[in-house]
Every structure is written in C-alpha cells, then in structure tokens.
Ligand binder design. Structure first.
Ligand SMILES: Cc1ncc(COP(=O)(O)O)c(C=O)c1O
Length: 397
C-alpha cells in the first residue's frame, strides 16, 4: 500500500496528532554536529553507581521474569518510606503503583478517567505530552492560558474554573511547572481541591519537579497536593525516578492513587506494559533509600545553574523572562518573535545551540523558547554566549 493509504487507515487520533516540538528540535539537532543540546529535560550526569549496581546485580542474578503488575512490594514500601520522610506523615504502600516512566503514569491516569467525549481542563503553557495523551485517548484538553504580565506568570483560578463544563472530568495541574517553573501555593492547591471536591472532579496532579524548588525559605520541596488532600480522594498523582535521581533513561515512574482503585489501575498497567522490569526496580529501591544526599546536591546544583542562566540572559536585549521558582527550565520571551519553531531551527543551524519552541507548549507559549539549565557551568556559558551573539546579529540585520 502507498504511504498515504497506510496513514489513512489509522485512527484519526493516531494520524492527526502533531509531533512534539521538543522531539522535533532534538531529531533535527542530532543531525547537526556541534550543537549544544538544551532542548530536553535532563542533566548531564549519569545515574550514580549506588543506584545502578543493585539493578545490574539483579539482572545478572536472574531476576528476569514477569513480575508484580503494581510494582515490587519492596519498591512500594520504599516509596512509602520516602514520602514519609519528605512529607511529614505516614503513607501506605498500597497507594503506590510503579509505571514505565512518569509518562506511563500520565497515560494510566488519563486512561482511568478520561475517554471519548470527556474534557480535562489544564493551564498552559504545559508539557505537550498531556494534550497529546488526552487527544490520543479521544478526550479533549481544554487549555486555559496563564498570563505573562509585568514579567510574571500567573494562573487565574477563576478562569480555570470557568472552563469547567458538564463534560469536564478533571483538572490537570503540573506544579512546579514544565516549562514556566511556576509553582502553586498551598492556598492555590486548596482552592483547586475544594473546587474539585464540590464538583466531583478528578485532580490529575503532576509533581515530578517537586524537589526542584527554589523557595525563599529554603524549603526542600514545593507545596504538594499530598499536603492538602486525603489518600482516598479523587486525586491521581504522576511522578518519576527520572529527574531526582538522574534516571531519565531507566523509564521508571510511579503514580499515587486511592487504594480503592488498586485492581482497576493494575488492569490498565497489565494492558499497557504488563509491569516494569523487576531488576530495574531494585535500583529504584536503592535510589529512594540511599539517594537523599544525591537529590539535595542535584537541587543545589540546579539552583546555581538557574542563577547563572539568569545572570547570562538578563542583559540580552529583547529577552524577557520570570526567574523560575521550580523545575529546571528557563522559558524566555523574545520580543517580536512570531515563529518559535523556525527560530529553534535557525538557532541550531546558525548558532549551534538547541532550545525547544514555545509553541509546542500550547496556548500562551508562542513567542518563547525553553531551555533546560541543568547543565555544567562551561556548557551554559558557551551556549548562552552563542545565543547572545546570534541575537545581536538578528536584531541588527
Ligand atoms: C511535567 C512532566 N511530567 C512527566 C514527565 C515524564 O517523565 P518521564 O521521563 O519519567 O517519563 C516529564 C518529563 O519531562 C515532565 O516534564
């Protein structure tokens, strides 16, 4: 069959979903030698040996069989211990489900609560995989743009709540946010919780950057739905090993859900991945139980990188941004830029520096570029000097 006939034979959802602008930038950038890669959300450090070794030992030791659909009991217990330490209350392992990356936690959540004809309301700019996962499931993302006014991103909660209709099944909130670094306050989380309780809506939370928080009071994490919600309410929370423990390539995450949904979540995991490799989960237990110091160092480094990035970009004419309170991205506006995807391509070709286009993050994103700043000092300095030079040339052309 011809290519167009084959494509025509797909479902409309599979056929029509646009590419992620982040992946598109990366795939193009990979073909151009010498490009500094700031498009993806990861650092430069490989996983520490202390987390990798238990995984390789388990692999070589023959832990290569089908395993628990919800995750190893030992890992779910370690998740409960980790949360107990960082959230100051006790957690039940039965509320945790191990998934293939944070991405599959999101997919599982969406499959559990939103299908054809359903809406999920979400602020944007947002990580594009949310809208895509919803659309591929037949649901509709209802995107409510945040405001970038006077150099600050704000979420108008009334506007968010006004977008809710009888078709709405839930509100999705990523805090700290990728890409803007905006972080919900405890009061905002309570307002969303109360609204969702009143209207019988799901909260689809994403707190994968909760430890990457640069609050003024030196807190070790951002405010969380776990501070204000009960375990058995309509809250589904996505999380991952990727960011805290430098494990993006492991593809392991988890989701937190009411115990009452255990069998239903297990069925969804069964038909998506049939469980996460047991030997990899051994490494995750080590990360949770022995990785606190590593995470603290990563976050301290991310804060230094953020401050350096801000210093290097602050004086570039035509660039405006808010200093992010969380996550590890800078989302900056370029005055007069109307096609961020084209600008990203030009920057790859002409300046050998790779960002992600703001347009891929939904309404409110165009006019911006996103960079990941979890890199070393020399890389950031070189990348931003290339960018500043390019801007100078572009503005004088
Ligand atoms: C907001 C957000 N949620 C979830 C994920 C997924 O993480 P993972 O790499 O574990 O699939 C990412 C990854 O960048 C993210 O930015």
């Amino acid at each position: 069959m011809r290519t167009d006939q084959l494509l025509e034979a797909l479902t409309p959802e599979a056929r029509n979903e646009p590419d992620s602008g982040i992946i598109k930038a990366a795939m193009y950038g990979f073909t151009v030698p010498g490009v500094i890669r700031l498009w993806a959300g990861e650092g430069t450090q490989p996983t520490p040996d202390a987390f990798a070794r238990p995984a390789t030992e388990a692999l070589l030791g023959g832990e290569t069989f089908y395993t628990w659909q919800r995750g190893l009991p030992e890992l779910r217990e370690a998740l409960a211990r980790y949360h107990g330490r960082h959230f100051g209350r006790s957690f039940d392992p039965e509320n945790f489900f191990v998934t293939s990356g944070g991405m599959q936690a999101i997919q599982t959540i969406v499959q559990a609560v939103a299908g054809a004809g359903d809406d999920i309301v979400m602020p944007t700019p947002a990580w594009p995989n949310y809208a895509s996962t919803l659309r591929i499931s037949g649901a509709r993302p209802v995107e409510v743009p945040m405001d970038f006014r006077n150099g600050r991103w704000t979420l108008d909660l009334d506007r968010l709540f006004d977008a809710v209709t009888p078709r709405t099944r839930g509100i999705s909130l990523n805090s700290p946010s990728n890409p803007v670094g905006w972080t919900a306050s405890r009061e905002e989380l309570i307002a969303i919780r109360d609204f969702c309780r009143k209207r019988g809506l799901w909260i689809l939370g994403d707190e994968v950057y909760t430890r990457f928080y640069y609050g003024a009071k030196g807190e070790s994490r951002a405010p969380s739905f776990l501070d204000v919600c009960e375990d058995e309410e309509q809250l589904l929370l996505a999380n991952t090993f990727s960011k805290n423990w430098a494990m993006t390539g492991w593809r392991i995450g988890w989701l937190q859900a009411p115990r009452a949904l255990g069998a239903a979540i297990e069925r969804i995991i069964q038909v998506n991945s049939s469980g996460t490799p047991a030997f990899l989960q051994r490494g995750c237990v080590a990360a949770l139980d022995t990785g606190d110091e590593f995470v603290a160092e990563q976050v301290a480094n991310a804060r230094r990188c953020r401050d350096l990035t801000v210093d290097l970009l602050r004086d570039v004419p035509g660039v405006r941004f808010e200093v992010p309170e969380g996550a590890f991205y800078l989302f900056f506006r370029i005055e007069g830029m109307t096609d961020s995807a084209l600008t990203v391509r030009r920057l790859i070709d002409e300046a050998k520096v790779g960002f992600a286009p703001g347009s891929t993050f939904g309404p409110g994103g165009e006019g911006h570029l996103r960079m990941c700043f979890l890199k070393d000092r020399a890389t950031l300095t070189e990348a931003l000097s290339r960018f500043a030079e390019w801007m100078k040339r572009a503005r004088s052309a």
